[in-house]
Design a binder for this molecule. Structure first.
Ligand SMILES: [Zn+2]
Length: 171
């Protein structure tokens, strides 16, 4: 009981955490490679089904090099769905982890700084701002990554899910 209280205190007060490290898993050696930016990450994610990620895609790396990060509970991992479209140019896609670690929420930020949380809001924004007609509605996707319960802080949940392989983002 006491321990639980202490853990809650650490997370409590934070407005919800977002992704700060991106990673992809090599199809051949299964090591995790750190991906430098959201843009590069989204590019990998959008084509990973046809073009699997391997260490060599990261400059200067090969399967002989040690992994950049380990999948463990020192961080909370969230595993993304492969094949999601890249965020249309000018927009930013944000993911926020709920305080109870139950799930993530996705939203888009428009080039004008507006936060859009649903497909209808996006459609209305593009309708009202024909400058952004280049952004196909189908490229906005609210599918959120799965929070890996075996990596959330103790005391929040006890269930241990199956390990997924593929793309991950880490909070
Ligand atoms: Zn490799």
């Amino acid at each position: 009981m006491e321990e639980h209280t202490e853990k809650s205190k650490k997370i409590g007060g934070a407005p919800g955490r977002s992704i700060d490290i991106y990673a992809a898993q090599c199809e051949k050696c299964l090591k995790w490679r750190k991906i430098d930016s959201q843009e590069v990450y989204e590019e990998i994610r959008s084509t990973i089904q046809e073009d699997p990620f391997v260490c060599e895609k990261k400059q200067g790396k090969s399967c002989r090099d040690a992994g950049d990060l380990e999948y463990d509970s020192t961080r909370t991992w969230v595993i993304d769905k492969p094949g999601l479209p890249k965020t249309p140019r000018g927009f930013k896609r944000s993911l926020v982890l709920r305080k109870d670690f139950s799930k993530m929420d996705a939203y888009y930020i428009t080039p004008t700084g507006k936060k859009l949380r649903t497909r209808n809001e996006i459609a209305a924004f593009i309708d009202a701002n024909p400058d952004y007609k280049h952004a196909p509605l189908g490229d906005f996707n609210f599918t959120v990554p799965k929070v890996m319960e075996d990596t959330v802080p103790c005391g929040i949940t006890e269930r241990t899910p199956k390990r997924s392989k593929g793309l991950a983002m880490i909070d």
